[in-house]
Design a protein around this ligand. Structure first.
Ligand code: ATP
Ligand code: PYR
Length: 591
């Protein structure tokens, strides 16, 4: 116990009252202010930082989603993006074809197969026609639209002239009225609807610009009539199932129905693919809660959201969507325009840097790059900026020993309680957490509580490893488990040490629990804190035996109170101990 108290003091003095010197040291470690391009190895693995007994590795917690396109669809670029910090590769089905996406999927799988300590998940964005994605048609060359000029959209196929272009949606003429404001490319250009005929909509250009092929069209304040899932969508979904992608990003979801439909299809074909609705439609906002409840997370798709709704609503909705996902323990991704200027410039605007920092502070699991990596000039620099800004921001929001009180409803299960207390313990001790999971559930729960240290999630299932790639703070690692828990713990520590993820003298909290027990008997859970070097002379062990009812009660009380109060009540067994580990003789001795 003396050890725990001592660490707590050290810990709070670092995170709570960091000296100017410490702050400057941290800033240097994060690379901000030095204006230097960091090596991919340092970028991905993280930097050493001041910690407790030793210096734990500080890894970036917020994940990075990169859209793959013409700038990045080669083996060389996929490798470089992965080493620079990409965690999820996104394929936008609105562009390219199955053959080009297949090539990227194969490259990502090739990367994963040869990588010892990194994994890239694949997200298929079923954008094409899942919802009312209205786009203008192909043009032989870009058309310049000047304010005041007349321009026509038609539902006739194959039209692409300087004053008229096709739209891909037959009900377009029915959905718009004279007086509506049409937004092109999320508002880059706007046109006022003047009149319509049976097959065409005549407009006057309000804000002009350069109209290119296949641009988004939105009507300000309106959602288009929702078509059901089309043939093209099913084709893309099947393509995703055949290729065992990890996530679907589903466009223009307006209610939970489409999610249920997709989930039941996936169940019928035995596909374990996470469904992430893109919140981008005005109609989705009243149904936010039910949509996210039915899904595995959500994406704040700010491009279309800011076109369908007044642009000033976007930051508020971003906050609300993140908060809703966080309260349910679901993954949330913030997308679009995050480093837009880096499509053509090598450095970001200060506003873009702040935008990333805000998403990180609000608690996003991941931030996304679109055109920046798909067709930009500086895709690697954009990932570099996202990495350093996220890491720096994260270092300023470490919570010390306390775990924020999250949605009460979330902490009503033993596993949730366990994740909560494991987080509290690792924060107090200033350690990383090593968790063993077959289903991902305990790693996801830990991520939900946002521990200060990295969550090293060991799994013996590659699908689970890939799925975990999007969750904040989780470093997923594939490893075969042995029948012997102690041997598996030991193997995991050796892997971490060999990969340079933990160091001699560093403490880690070992945790095994979750909905599918690995080595534990039903209803027993185990957290232990290990010293990663045989230099602790007097191991201290705290054993608590508590009642099932007590778990529910302890939701309401602070951990310290809970420790004192439930010490003597028998039933479940929760072990918190300090156990010395020696890497030299490869043995772990439980205290
Ligand atoms: N697979 C691809 N093949 C060719 N170009 C692509 C591909 N993916 C993306 N792009 C290009 O990168 C741009 C940005 O990608 P993004 O995924 O943001 O698509 P978008 O159509 O602009 O918008 P949204 O994200 O709403 O679908 C696209 O407009 C397109 O020009
Ligand atoms: C990502 C996306 O589709 C949007 O922002 O509209």
């Amino acid at each position: 116990m003396a050890q725990v108290v001592a660490t707590k003091l050290l810990h709070s003095s670092f995170f709570g009252n960091a000296s100017i010197d410490n702050q400057i040291e941290k800033i240097k470690l994060c690379g901000i202010g030095e204006n230097n391009y960091q090596s991919p190895e340092v970028l991905r693995k993280g930097s050493s930082s001041v910690g407790m007994w030793s210096k734990p590795i500080v890894k970036r917690k917020t994940k990075i989603v990169c859209t793959i396109g013409p700038s990045t669809d080669t083996k060389e670029m996929i490798w470089k993006l992965a080493e620079a910090g990409m965690n999820v590769a996104r394929l936008n089905m609105s562009h390219g074809d199955h053959a080009s996406h297949q090539k990227v999927i194969d490259l990502v799988k090739e990367y994963n197969a040869q990588s010892k300590d990194n994994v890239i998940a694949i997200m298929l964005d079923t954008k094409a026609s899942f919802g009312p994605e209205v786009r203008s048609g192909d043009l032989p060359q870009p058309v310049t639209l000047a304010s005041g000029q007349e321009f026509t959209f038609t539902i006739k196929r194959g039209v692409g002239t300087s004053d008229c272009v096709s739209v891909n949606y037959d009900d377009f003429v029915n959905d718009v009225e004279a007086g509506d404001m049409l937004l092109v490319d999320g508002g880059m250009m706007s046109l006022l609807v003047k009149s319509k005929t049976e097959d065409s909509v005549k407009c006057e250009v309000v804000d002009g610009g350069e109209l290119k092929s296949r641009r988004h069209l939105n009507v300000r304040g309106k959602s288009a009539t929702l078509p059901s899932i089309t043939e093209k969508d099913w084709d893309d979904i099947k393509f995703g199932v055949d290729n065992q992608v990890d996530f679907y990003a589903v466009s223009f979801v307006k209610d939970a129905e489409v999610i249920h439909e997709l989930k039941s299809y996936l169940k019928s074909c035995g596909a374990d693919i996470q469904v992430i609705p893109k919140i981008e439609s005005a109609d989705s906002i009243p149904n936010l809660h039910s949509i996210i409840t039915a899904s595995d997370g959500a994406m704040v798709a700010r491009g279309d959201l800011g076109a369908e709704l007044p642009i000033e609503e976007v930051p508020l909705l971003q906050e609300e969507i993140i908060r809703t996902c966080r309260s349910m323990g679901k993954a949330v991704i913030v997308a679009t325009n995050m480093l837009e200027s880096m499509i053509v410039h090598p450095t970001p605007t200060r506003a873009e840097v702040s935008d990333i920092a805000i998403a990180v502070r609000e608690g996003a699991d991941a931030v996304m790059l679109s055109g920046e990596t798909a067709h930009g000039k500086f895709p690697l620099k954009a990932v570099n900026v996202m990495h350093t800004v996220s890491l720096r921001t994260e270092s300023s929001i470490m919570s010390g020993g306390t775990v924020s009180r999250l949605n009460q409803a979330f902490k009503n299960h033993v596993s949730e309680m366990f994740a909560y207390h494991a987080t509290s313990m690792s924060n107090t001790l200033g350690t990383s957490i090593v968790v063993f999971t077959r289903t991902s559930s305990m790693a996801v729960l830990l991520s939900h509580y946002r521990p200060n240290g990295t969550i090293f999630a060991f799994t013996d299932d590659k699908r689970v490893q890939q799925k975990l790639a999007v969750y904040q703070g989780v470093c997923p690692i594939y490893m075969q488990f042995s029948d012997d828990a102690e041997e598996t713990f030991e193997n995991a520590l050796v892997v971490l040490k060999n990969q340079g993820m933990i160091k001699e003298g560093e403490h880690v909290a070992l945790l095994q629990s979750g909905r599918q027990p690995i080595w534990r008997f039903q209803s027993t859970h185990n957290i232990q804190s290990s010293l990663h070097k045989d230099h602790m002379t007097a191991p201290v062990s705290l054993n608590f035996t508590i009642q099932a009812k007590a778990y529910v009660l302890s939701n309401l009380v602070e951990p310290s109170f809970y420790r004192k109060t439930f010490n003597a009540i028998p039933f479940y067994r929760l072990t918190m101990g300090i156990a010395p580990v020696s890497l030299k003789n490869q043995s772990i001795r439980a205290a």
